[in-house]
Each structure stands twice: as C-alpha cells, then as structure tokens.
Ligand binder design. Structure first.
Ligand code: GDP
Ligand code: MG
Length: 162
C-alpha cells in the first residue's frame, strides 16, 4: 500500500488532517504547537482510495537537541519511507521562515511533494494561498482539514502516487 507522509511545522493542522483521513481520533490535537509526541500511523481513506498515512509531530523525547533538529530528523525519516509527502502550511498565518525550511528540506529528497494550504475555509486563507506559490511546489491545494474542504482536489492530486 502506498505511504503518504504528512509534514510541516507545528500547528499547521497535520494531526487534524491525519484524523480526517484515518477517521479515528488516534492523534492528539491541541492548540499547543507540536503537542503530538509520537509519530502516528494509520490507514487513510478518501472515498475508494486507501493508503497508509504517517503523521509527523516534531518531538522525539529520546533526543536532547534542538526542536528544529528533531523536527528535521523525524521529517526526513517519514519522507524516506513515503511515496508522496503532503506539505501543509497554515494559510491564515501565511508562509513563515519555518515553512520555508521544511520546503527546502523536502527539496533535498526524491519524494514527490503536494502542497496543501490548510485553514483555507472562508476568506482568511486567501493571502496565504497566494504566498504558498513562493515555496516552489506549484499550485497549492486550498484545504481545510477541520471542515473537510479540498478532499476531492487532494484525491485527484494523490491518485498518480497511490
Ligand atoms: P499540527 O501541530 O500540525 O499537528 O496541528 P494540529 O492538527 O494539532 O492543529 C493545530 C490547530 O489548528 C488546532 O487548534 C486545530 O483545531 C487547528 N486547525 C487544524 N486544521 C484547521 C483548519 O482547517 N482550519 C482552522 N481554522 N483551524 C484548523
Ligand atoms: Mg500534530
């Protein structure tokens, strides 16, 4: 089964997307950035499409170095395993320097990347959606993990890799 990794800086909505795709509340969602402590794995589904999905968190208690180094290590491991990576940004916050670091990190690997501009429900995400083009991954998919918007676009984008 194809493996889909959900990556991005803390608080962009990775675990919310994981929960929506997996359909069980396996990952902890909290307003505290990076609150999910372990990597989560489950069977994701969109309509008839099935895949394994990895949620990344950014914390690994075993390592005593910087948060950024831990995030980098966990993300690298997930994308090495994955057939495709979903890079999430928070469209309401716009593109941050940390988003740019994740984008640069993914460019070093060979894993195909789909860019999701999350939190795009309503109008608040529009500026961030435009900014997302600057990350160099082509058309961002407007998405709302919380409201389930953008799933059919995600389905179409994922289909070649599943
Ligand atoms: P993670 O750190 O990337 O795993 O992010 P979480 O999934 O824990 O979400 C961080 C915060 O963003 C939580 O308060 C979520 O409820 C919120 N969130 C996630 N997806 C959306 C969305 O589509 N729209 C909005 N407005 N908030 C969202
Ligand atoms: Mg999380």
């Amino acid at each position: 089964m194809a493996i889909v990794a959900i990556v991005g800086r803390p608080n962009v909505g990775k675990s919310t997307l994981f929960n929506r795709l997996v359909g069980k509340r396996l990952a902890i969602v909290d307003d505290t950035p990076g609150v999910t402590r372990d990597r989560r794995e489950g069977e994701g589904r969109i309509a008839d499409m099935k895949f394994r999905v990895l949620d990344t968190a950014g914390f690994e208690d075993a390592y005593d170095d910087s948060l950024e180094a831990r995030m980098r290590r966990q993300t690298e491991r997930a994308i090495q395993e994955a057939d495709v990576a979903l890079l999430l940004i928070d469209a309401r916050a716009g593109v941050t320097p940390l988003d740019e670091k994740f984008a640069a990190l993914l460019r070093k690997g060979n894993t195909p990347v789909l860019l999701l501009a999350n939190k795009c429900e309503g109008k608040a995400g529009q500026p961030g959606l435009l900014e997302a083009y600057s990350l160099g991954y082509g058309d961002p998919i407007p998405f709302s993990a919380e409201h389930g918007e953008g799933l059919s676009e995600l389905y179409d984008a994922l289909e070649p890799f599943i």
